[in-house]
Design a protein around this ligand. Sequence first.
Ligand code: ATR
Length: 302
Amino acid sequence: IDRYAVAGNPVAHSQSPAIHAQFAAQTGQVLTYERLLCPLDGFADSIRAFAASGGRGCNVTVPFKFEAHALATRLSERAKLAGAVNTLRFDAVCHQVDDIRRPPPEELKKARGGPSLSCEGWFGDNTDGAGLVRDIEVNAQRPLAGRRVLLLGAGGASAGALGSLIAARPASICIANRSVDKAETLIATHQAYALEHGVTLSATRLDDCGEGYDFLINATSASLGGAGVPVAASVLAPGALALDMMYGPAAAPFLNWAREHGAEPRDGLGMLVEQAGEAFALWRGVRPDTAAVLNAMRVKLS
Ligand code: ATR
């Protein structure tokens, strides 16, 4: 039986097994999906062992998305842009010439235990941004094209989302972060892509964002540390969509704040289900009915 997993540390809280079990049942795919707790210094070993024992692919979560990017032998364009991988597919050795091939550095070869066959076809993708955009545009029915977006945070979560946000062709995306240099670095890696799509990128401090954004997307981890919403309510245009990539209790202060200031609040559960749907489609070649699973997950978690 084909095995899949979510690899991270911690992973006990992950809803991915529940989501993928529903996708599998829906589409009649026979597979298992488990949690793979990897030691902080043992991600590559854990993944290699999993692939060797029938693993066909895995999702990757905190803190291993960058390591997964380094381990993949081929990368999707969006994973390259993000510099991070949330979905690995263990392919048979593959010689497609149109694929992006990167000869693995010597130390990675060593980490993988030599030029083992199962590692030669580790395809790395990042479905986080596509999941976010699909949740905004399809589930929340808010087209991004031509709109103004304020993205809070310049860490891994923002990096994973920015490429897909650009591809949705908003007029502009302003990235606000405590440390502006990190926002500027993110812009530098995405500037050419933004130009191609006619999107203006800018970087700013959290207390100097300007006002009237149609979309506010919180990709900071501020709420995990108990901090409040890090921007003024004037950033919200009337009726703006205010989305926090978190869900559950961690998202509540941001969502309450958004509601109080006339914005439409949205948590990160839809993004979670949609990024999973993208991964499932990549692995199995069938697209699950994510809307049905999102409804079921809302009930389960309420
Ligand atoms: P993740 O993978 O969740 O993005 P990360 O890479 O550690 O995690 O990034 C965390 C983000 O949340 C960063 O943008 C961080 O801002 P800095 O780059 O200035 O550190 C932001 N963040 C964390 N705590 C914050 C707080 N209390 N207020 C504002 N931003 C905060």
